[in-house]
Design a binder for this molecule. Structure first.
Ligand SMILES: [Zn+2]
Length: 575
């Protein structure tokens, strides 16, 4: 036991003695002896006071409660004195909350103005034209550098890994336009239709980001106006196989009410199997049709494909989504190409068959043990979006909790758990960073990881009135959710005004039910670990160029950051 004290500096020992109203004079060995004697007196193990449904847990964990209300485990008492020292210090931090007899929950400090700063910092690092911080890009590298710099300033240890994963690389801006060649009735020699000398040509150029965006793992294709043979073939909703057959060699146009990774994977595979030159999705319904400033228009958004499901990568098929307006213009115009000459220009310059390095930086806050809690969010965005909400807001929560826990650890001593704050690359293209990380560390994590806390869009849109006010806490551990619901009750008491503005709910998912929609997935599916997370509603701009700071609502981050952060506080310091 004295060995742990041995590792402390003289000023640290004196601080502890002072907190305990003991003399601070003497040499280091005197100080240590004084503390050891005092702590031997201090440990008066009393009957634990736990609610009925936590009884089994107490037995499993061999928890005891000290007479002053601090809860302490057998491991703590016999293996290390540190926890006693730290709980003694804890009095200074939050003495009133920790004196009650049921499991004690203290709300962690969370500075939402800091969360805004972090989000803004990340958004500012986006691509100069498209605003995204795509995995494998220089923007991702700049993002990771900024995150690491913050971890360093907080006094955390850095761990940095890169993982070589399947990743597409956009080599130049995609193009989409159409052209009706000019008529030259009195000239002997007509210019090349839609060429530079065709001054009477009518060209409609669609705008990248607002009118169309790439879909994940699009291939490279260059269709120019002079290639008269290309037309756009109607695929309707994609369910009629004969339409796919007829579209062979052409660009297929799909009309969809909703778009997800599964459907994108399925349709892109069909495009490959039917030898299409390109696949265009026109989006007809959903959140991106509701944006107030753009009535009637459904903004195109990015979705990826599941490369593990897709099989052979189609390297030469353009894959884009267009707005409903653009879809209609294309189908009206190319629908009667038989009668009227119309030309297509569709260029996608994407290398989709290789791998790239995605990054995973972690800031480490050492605990008393190597048992581990990881708090994470993804630092990448889709290539076309500033990603203020998805997922700069989540990374902001990770950073602000890192800052708070680092301060706390300095003040009251280390947590029982080592806490790692990690941000993942490659999420948007298929959870590549977190999956590779879990695979690489599966043995250590299987043994040591107590909980993974995921922050992906833990944010509610600024317009609560129109878009709703829901915040959900999810998890695959009933007990974790029980604690979180208890913390929510504390939050409601201490923050009545803020909590009344949000509809807070929980849902439990068994391991099988856990959705692989974010980075918590590999922790469940690959190593069967407990995860919790939160997300909020109202991000209609999700995966579009409009997911920017004008939608930002730091108060909602205060809610999710405080509640899940307080659960980590409880696990690390309070239990
Ligand atoms: Zn996300």
């Amino acid at each position: 036991m004295a060995e742990d004290l041995e590792s402390l500096s003289v000023p640290e020992l004196k601080k502890i003695l002072k907190n305990k109203n003991l003399p601070v004079s003497g040499r280091k060995s005197d100080l240590i002896k004084r503390l050891v004697d005092e702590n031997a007196k201090d440990i008066q193990i009393s009957i634990p006071l736990y609610s009925e449904n936590n009884l089994w847990r107490r037995l499993v964990n061999k928890k005891w409660e000290l007479s002053n209300g601090y809860v302490i485990s057998a491991v703590h008492v016999f293996v290390s004195l540190m926890v006693i020292l730290s709980t003694a210090g804890l009095g200074a931090y939050a003495v009133s909350q920790f004196n009650s007899k049921t499991p004690d929950y203290t709300l962690i400090q969370f500075d939402s103005s800091k969360a805004r700063e972090y989000t803004q910092m990340l958004v500012d690092l986006g691509h100069p034209e498209w605003n995204g911080r795509m995995s494998g890009s220089v923007e991702e590298q700049a993002t990771v550098d900024a995150i690491q710099q913050n971890f360093t300033e907080m006094g955390l240890m850095l761990q940095y890994e890169t993982f070589n994963v399947p990743m597409f690389e956009i080599r130049s801006e995609p193009e989409l336009s159409m052209c009706v060649p000019g008529e030259y009735p009195f000239s002997l020699q007509s210019p090349t239709p839609c060429g530079t000398t065709d001054i009477n040509a009518e060209i409609i150029t669609f705008n990248h980001l607002t009118d169309f965006v790439l879909q994940g793992y699009s291939g490279t294709r260059e269709i120019q106006f002079w290639q008269d043979e290309f037309t756009i073939a109607n695929l309707s909703d994609g369910s009629d196989d004969s339409l796919w057959d007829n579209a062979s060699g052409q660009v297929g146009l799909l009309w969809l009410d909703s778009v997800g990774v599964t459907s994108n994977t399925e349709f892109y595979a069909k495009a490959r199997d039917s030898s299409l030159a390109g696949l265009i999705i026109a989006i007809e319904k959903g959140n991106t049709c509701k944006l107030p400033s753009l009535e009637g228009t459904c903004i195109p958004f990015f979705k990826t494909v599941d490369v593990t499901e897709l099989g052979t990568m189609p390297t030469d098929i353009a894959f884009i989504m267009v707005s409903n307006d653009v879809g209609k213009t294309l189908s009206d115009t190319f629908g009667n190409k038989d009668q009227n000459d119309v030309r297509l220009n569709l260029v996608t310059d994407v290398y989709n068959d290789g791998t790239m390095d995605v990054r995973v930086p972690c800031g480490v806050l050492p605990g008393q043990t190597d048992e581990l809690i990881i708090i994470g969010g993804h630092h990448d965005t889709t290539y076309n979006a500033p990603g203020a909400v998805d997922d700069s807001s989540g990374v902001a929560n990770v950073l602000e909790l890192a800052r708070q826990f680092s301060l706390l650890s300095n003040e009251i001593g280390p947590s029982y758990y080592t806490i790692k704050f990690c941000t993942w690359g490659g999420e948007e293209e298929g959870l590549h960073g977190s999956t590779a990380y879990v695979e690489m560390h599966s043995i250590e994590l299987s043994e040591m990881l107590r909980l993974y806390v995921n922050f992906d869009m833990p944010h509610v849109d600024i317009d609560l009135e129109t878009r709703g006010n829901s915040i959900s806490f999810y998890g695959n551990g009933i007990e974790d959710l029980e604690h979180i619901s208890n913390i929510v009750e504390v939050f409601k008491k201490e923050q009545p005004e803020i909590s009344s503005k949000y509809d807070l709910s929980y849902f439990y998912q068994s391991d099988d039910e856990v959705a692989c929609s974010s980075d918590h997935c590999p922790f469940v599916k690959k190593i069967n670990k407990d995860i919790v997370g939160s997300y909020g509603g109202g991000s209609w701009e999700y995966h579009t160029y409009l997911d920017d700071m004008s939608r930002f609502n730091e108060e909602s981050l205060f809610v999710t950051g405080t509640i899940l952060g307080s659960y980590v506080l409880y696990l690390g310091w309070g239990e």
